[in-house]
Design a protein around this ligand. Structure first.
Ligand SMILES: NC(=O)c1ccc[n+]([C@@H]2O[C@H](COP(=O)([O-])OP(=O)(O)OC[C@H]3O[C@@H](n4cnc5c(N)ncnc54)[C@H](OP(=O)(O)O)[C@@H]3O)[C@@H](O)[C@H]2O)c1
Length: 329
């Protein structure tokens, strides 16, 4: 029987989504076809849809599909794919935002998505929503801290390495990562951070300075104020911090801001070792042992047709936590 595919397509820059039928793609060697059951609307998706932001050139041709992450069930395997089977439950990331020519095949705002078999993690019986809510923000945080700032992999740091995460209320910033023996897991999860400060308080920079110095600094909100505070904490020696956002922010000349598409880290071929570790070892373990508390989410009914309003709500800052949509509805 022919597979039926439907997608929420953007017809052109700043145009509203149109839900339409699309041909089902079939996997080339090394790829798989996944029936997608979960989309989490990320701030980046909302900006691309509503402000026309091109996301590093991802949307060069229209109609286009948004979304780089999904969670679902494997429908077909391409030639040469090992270790995965039809029917496996998986979470996955695609190149839809880093390789514009694959956007229509790999954008995840559709029911049937093509994905490179190397960027897929098995999730066992973990809920699709839980899997997608952990993968994208956690990969952003680990990508920034480990790959780009040089911190050890989660669980390998030493106790005297202080880490400062600004914006722990967001999905990216709140992914505090520890390893502990199973009997200590609940306590560790409850503990999370060693100190929690209010980023809105007027003397937050002084409070942070008193708790430092920090070996690794990361802003998970990326706003200009946070970048300035982190730069000030690096004085007088200077140094670097990672930020989820760029922008025109005046920073001292002895400070380097590391701003990358951290969420797409595993899509880069030079990160082969990280990619293999992330999808085959770390992410399945984090999900199945429930090592990271995911962001809170609201399930929005209505399938692909719900994505336009959901994106507007995210764009306007009306949502706490994430909105998740099931494209099969
Ligand atoms: N570069 C990358 O690879 C990458 C990847 C993912 C996301 N991002 C970007 O990172 C940003 C955050 O994404 P997200 O998914 O974490 O968003 P989110 O889950 O929607 O986070 C929003 C929350 O962050 C907190 N927050 C907002 N402004 C803040 C500020 N100025 N200082 C500290 N905390 C603040 C607020 O929580 P409280 O007020 O309750 O604390 C707010 O509810 C977005 O702009 C997104 O586009 C970049």
């Amino acid at each position: 029987m022919a597979l039926e595919n439907r997608a929420a397509q953007i017809p052109g820059p700043k145009r509203a989504l149109e839900v339409t039928s699309l041909p089902a793609n079939h996997p080339a060697p090394g790829e798989i076809l996944i029936r997608n059951h979960a989309i989490a609307v990320q701030p980046l998706d909302a900006k691309m849809l509503l402000s026309g932001y091109g996301g590093a050139g991802a949307l060069q041709n229209y109609p286009a599909l948004l979304g780089t992450s999904g969670a679902g069930v494997i429908e077909e395997l391409g030639e040469g794919v090992n270790g995965l089977n039809v029917g496996d439950r998986v979470v996955f990331d695609t190149k839809a935002y880093v390789k514009p020519d694959v956007n229509q095949r790999e954008g995840t705002w559709q029911r049937l998505v093509i994905c490179d078999a190397r960027t897929v993690a098995k999730i066992g019986d973990v809920a699709f929503e839980q899997a997608i809510l952990v993968d994208f923000p956690l990969q952003t945080a680990v990508g920034a801290l480990h790959l780009f700032l040089g911190m050890g992999k989660p669980g390998t740091g030493s106790v005297d390495e202080k880490v400062l995460v600004w914006g722990a209320g967001g999905a990216v910033g709140h992914t505090v990562i520890v390893t502990a023996s199973p009997r200590d897991k609940e306590r560790q999860k409850a503990l999370g951070a060693s100190e929690v400060l209010d980023y809105k308080s007027s003397d937050v920079a002084e409070q942070l300075r008193a708790l430092g110095p920090y070996k690794y600094l990361f802003t998970g909100s990326g706003d200009a104020a946070s970048q300035k505070v982190l730069a000030s904490l690096l004085q007088p020696e200077g140094g670097q911090f990672a930020s989820v956002l760029g922008g025109e922010v005046e920073l001292p000349s002895n400070v380097e801001r590391v701003y990358k598409a951290f969420s797409q880290a595993a899509q880069q071929d030079e990160q082969n070792e990280f990619r293999a570790w992330w999808y085959s070892d770390y992410l399945p373990r984090v999900l199945q042992e429930n090592l990271v508390e995911s962001a809170k989410f609201t399930k929005r009914e209505g399938g692909l047709a719900a994505l336009q309003q959901a994106s507007a709500d995210v764009f306007e800052g009306k949502v706490r936590g994430k909105i998740v949509v099931n494209p099969q509805e």
